[in-house]
Design a protein around this ligand. Structure first.
Ligand SMILES: C[C@](O)(CO)[C@H](O)COP(=O)(O)OP(=O)(O)OC[C@H]1O[C@@H](n2ccc(N)nc2=O)[C@H](O)[C@@H]1O
Ligand SMILES: Nc1ncnc2c1ncn2[C@@H]1O[C@H](COP(=O)(O)OP(=O)(O)OP(=O)(O)O)[C@@H](O)[C@H]1O
Length: 312
């Protein structure tokens, strides 16, 4: 049995530039993505029959072919036939529909795990190419760390690692945001202002503010990086979910360097100066939203993606 961990991600920067020119169903993005220590556990066991059996300890996660981890196994079976079947178990720790790429992380873990189990010797680039067939976030989840993500979000350039920056993550139990809804709503609201040509897109990228964040990152200047956090989705998610906006402000009022929504939301992450300060902020903010179903996790930035942790 092979056991892997599948780190979640947050978006330190997320700019929607316009339509993704080869395929206008997608959006052209500028993102800085960051793996974090909050991670799912994935167990893989070979089966002699060419079947896929998937179980998960979370009732809301589908255990059929709608599960992204199942899709990853089916893709690997189609690309590399004759390797037998696989039993997958997911210990779900990443909140669902949270903007943390929970499904994408699990899919990435299945790709990496089957590459090892079947001794395929695939390169990271080949694994990321397979991941891109499953979803835009999957390629990043394979290698993790810190990366600039352009195009659909799967054109990745590794960036200097952020060393164990202390984070708080906050999500209301009864609020989940569908990523397709977020993009559709963004397009309905702002589509008229999309950059239409490659020249306009490049100008928008240059003026979007990512340069300041990338400079702070290269200098490991966390306070400046904190002020350069950005997420275009906030403009449509925060008005729809005022509690999320209040949570973002509460983290800052309690002393966090900065707070920002991750991905299409609704998780809000905040940067703390230390583990101790994070504990204090957590207690204070938890008290402010008592009885409103707020979960808060402590985590850190993580320099890697999927990792094999045990082999039995
Ligand atoms: C919001 C982010 O999580 C930020 O990291 C990602 O952009 C979303 O990545 P993801 O969930 O893996 O997205 P996919 O599963 O590939 O696509 C889901 C839907 O999101 C929209 N989508 C996704 C990525 C992208 N660059 N433009 C889009 O418009 C498309 O309508 C697509 O049908
Ligand atoms: N392995 C999985 N784990 C969690 N959800 C999954 C999985 N496979 C499929 N899903 C479905 O995907 C939907 C989105 O879940 P997920 O946790 O990936 O959202 P997310 O974190 O917002 O993703 P992203 O940040 O990539 O937009 C869920 O409603 C669930 O039905």
């Amino acid at each position: 049995m092979y056991r892997l961990i599948a780190p979640a991600k947050i978006n330190l920067f997320l700019q929607i530039v316009g339509d993704y020119l080869p395929d206008p169903r997608y959006h052209e993005l500028v993102m800085v993505m960051q793996a974090i220590t909050l991670a799912d556990g994935i167990s893989l066991s070979p089966l002699s029959q060419e079947v896929i059996v998937l179980t998960c300890d979370h009732p809301q996660v589908p255990t059929n072919s709608h599960n992204l981890a199942y899709k990853a196994a089916a893709l690997m079976q189609s690309q590399f036939p004759g390797q037998g079947g696989i039993e997958i178990h997911i210990d779900k720790r990443i909140p669902i529909g949270a903007g943390l790429a929970g499904g994408s992380a699990d899919a990435a873990a299945v790709l990496v795990g089957l590459d090892i189990l079947w001794d395929l010797g695939l390169t990271q680039g080949e694994l990321q190419g397979l991941g891109g067939q499953l979803g835009a976030d999957v390629p990043f989840c394979i290698g993790g760390g810190t990366a600039l993500a352009l195009g659909r979000g799967d054109d990745l350039t590794p960036l200097p690692d952020l060393d164990h920056v202390v984070l708080l993550l906050g999500k209301f139990t009864n609020i989940s945001v569908s990523t397709p809804w977020a993009y559709q709503t963004y397009r309905q609201t702002y589509g008229a202002s999309y950059a239409q040509t490659p020249v306009q897109q490049e100008k928008k990228r240059q003026q979007g503010g990512s340069r300041e964040l990338l400079q702070a990152l290269s200098q490991k200047d966390i306070p400046t990086l904190a002020q350069a956090l950005h997420n275009d989705f906030e403009a449509i998610v925060l008005p729809e979910y005022p509690l999320v906006a209040q949570l973002r402000q509460a983290f800052v009022d309690a002393g966090a360097m900065a707070a920002m929504m991750s991905g299409s939301g609704p998780t809000v992450f905040a940067i703390a100066e230390s583990q101790g300060q994070a504990e204090t902020i957590k207690t204070q903010v938890q008290g402010q939203f008592a009885d409103q179903g707020l979960d808060i996790w402590l985590a850190q930035t993580c320099p890697h993606g999927v990792r094999l942790v045990a082999q039995a």
